[in-house]
Design a protein around this ligand. Structure first.
Ligand code: KG4
Ligand code: ZN
Length: 337
């Protein structure tokens, strides 16, 4: 059985994976840049692309060596080509093109969100994969750049039901963490603090937008509240603030998903993207699915945040359909699913 060699460099994590034709992840390496960007409180695009340049080829070498895979065992090279930071995408694309051309392999450009959508179907030694999920299913994709509810009828057959009108859910987490003076990336920090707090302590607004999500009102309300507190109070009430704010985001994501499951009659649901690592979202979604008799899959944390394995699986599914890119493929900062 052959494997897809995949590359993900759309934002700040450099990742390389080998995904076998049976969806099994042979290896998924991630070089995180969190510490590099932490002093700036967010991703600095120029620094991200420079780091991708130095990390990427050593990771490709390591992935091949570690799995004792030769180029004969590689079916195709897949790479995220959209959407993302242009400089970051270029490093991945140029590397993938060079490898594909020099090793005479097909090149496959992958949409980053398609990668997140298929992530629950990956398999490895400790994760069996969402083989119980049937198409059509509802995908809630929640990341730093996207918040979307999508009906998935097959690879490339997507109907977007709702998307964010302003900030993405991950962005709403990160900006709140920044306001509180918590280190970047903020989502995981808010999640950890929230575990120690009372989620009823503060009341945050939940905005309802007809065709989507909106988190900017929540963010402004949080800013106003934090401005009314002293530095001392912010520190003392950090856990309560995080618990109440997190509840507001998770309530909206769960309510909207339940509404869509009911109105479409879909019985299968997947949640993916960086924010699907959130412990409250995972708990509440499992509870809701159980109550409604819905099959739910959420990937393990390693496949929630950005990783090349999900790009490898999306690439594999595209390759199996004969959906091959050519050497003129370029990066796209913004691209619909
Ligand atoms: O999917 P991802 O790695 O990158 C993008 O495609 O954007 O998502 C990153 C986002 C960040 O906003 C990060 O704060 C958020 O996912 N995130 C979390 C958690 N872990 C990561 N948000 C809430 N709770 C978490 N545990
Ligand atoms: Zn992502």
């Amino acid at each position: 059985m052959k494997s897809i060699l995949s590359i993900e460099t759309s934002c700040d994590d450099t990742s390389v994976a080998l995904v076998r034709e049976d969806y099994h992840v042979l290896c998924c390496l991630v070089a995180s840049q969190d510490l590099v960007h932490q002093p700036f409180g967010g991703v600095v695009p120029e620094i991200a692309s420079r780091n991708h340049s130095s990390h990427l080829l050593p990771l490709v070498d390591q992935a091949l060596k570690q799995t004792q895979t030769s180029w004969d065992g590689i079916a195709a090279v897949a790479v995220t080509n959209r959407p993302g930071l242009i400089g970051s995408l270029i490093v991945g694309i140029v590397t993938a093109k060079t490898l594909a051309l020099s090793q005479d392999k097909p090149l496959i450009g992958v949409h980053h969100i398609e990668g997140h959508i298929v992530a629950p179907f990956l398999q490895d030694a400790t994760y069996k994969g969402a083989t119980f999920i049937q198409e059509p299913f509802l995908a809630l994709v929640v990341s730093g750049g996207h918040t979307q509810l999508v009906v998935v009828r097959g690879v490339g057959n997507y109907q977007i039901i709702a998307e964010t009108q302003d900030d993405a859910a991950g962005e709403a987490f990160d900006k709140f963490a920044k306001m509180l003076g918590l280190p970047y990336p903020g989502g995981v920090q808010v999640d950890q603090w929230a575990k120690l707090g009372n989620d009823q302590a503060f009341v945050f607004p939940r905005s309802k937008v007809k065709d989507g999500f909106s988190f900017s009102g929540l963010k402004s309300a949080a800013l106003r509240l934090l401005q009314s507190l002293s530095e001392e109070e912010k520190k003392l009430r950090c856990a309560d603030l995080c618990a109440s704010y997190q509840k507001a985001i998770v309530d909206v994501l769960i309510e909207r998903s339940i509404e869509t499951l009911k109105s479409t009659g879909l019985k299968n649901w997947v949640i993916s993207g960086g924010v699907s690592a959130n412990s409250r979202l995972r708990e509440q979604a499992l509870e809701a699915a159980k109550k409604m008799g819905i099959q739910l899959a959420i990937p393990p944390l390693r496949y929630c945040t950005d990783n090349a394995a999900m790009i490898g699986l999306a690439g594999l599914l595209r390759w199996q359909k004969g959906d091959i890119s050519n050497q003129s493929m370029g990066p796209e900062a913004r691209a619909p699913l």
